[in-house]
Design a protein around this ligand. Structure first.
Ligand SMILES: Cc1cc2nc3c(=O)[nH]c(=O)nc-3n(C[C@H](O)[C@H](O)[C@H](O)COP(=O)(O)O)c2cc1C
Length: 150
């Protein structure tokens, strides 16, 4: 069983719904999921936590949704100690935008820069091709955690 922090950032709700499904599937597999509401940096500082899963859409020009900004700003400005965390990012976007999945990729970079361990390349889900990301992302995340724990 892994101790997992799950944070999500969303404008219209797709990433929230996707994170809901990730949470359900991780819990059904026996993992402990901490999901701060509102999204907060605090659980990342808890050195008993093992994993961080980020599920976020992009808005503007590759920007993060407002609800993800407090965590992203804290990562950039406060240099939190998060080297105990393994992480994976699920990035929702739309390839018709110039900066495809830019928000999720920015978080991915910031986490790696702080020394957290990237366990997989970001999963980029293109709204043009995939209408129900909540059907794809949970299995992907569960596999990353399961494979790492074997
Ligand atoms: C105003 C607006 C700006 C967007 N900008 C981007 C962008 O820069 N890059 C990208 O990959 N997707 C962009 N998207 C697409 C969304 O990220 C995508 O539709 C996502 O699935 C929405 O998820 P949400 O409902 O959780 O916000 C944009 C969508 C809108 C409506």
């Amino acid at each position: 069983m892994a101790k997992v922090i799950l944070i999500s950032g969303s404008v219209f709700g797709t990433a929230t719904l996707t994170a809901d499904e990730i949470e359900d599937q991780l819990q059904n597999a026996g993992h402990e999921v901490v999901r701060p509401d509102p999204v907060s940096i605090d659980p990342l500082l808890d050195e008993t936590m093992e994993w961080l899963i980020v599920c976020t859409s992009s808005t503007g020009n590759g920007d993060l949704p407002d609800d993800m900004l407090p965590v992203y700003t804290a990562l950039l400005n406060d240099y939190p100690r998060i080297t105990h965390l393994k992480f994976a990012v699920v990035a929702l976007g739309d390839s018709s935008y110039e900066n495809f999945c830019g928000g999720g990729l920015a978080v991915d970079d910031a986490l790696a820069d702080l020394g957290a361990t990237r366990m997989a390349d970001p999963l980029k889900i293109d709204a043009i091709e995939v209408s129900e990301p909540e059907k794809i992302a949970p299995g992907h995340v569960l596999k990353i955690i399961t494979d790492a724990n074997q």
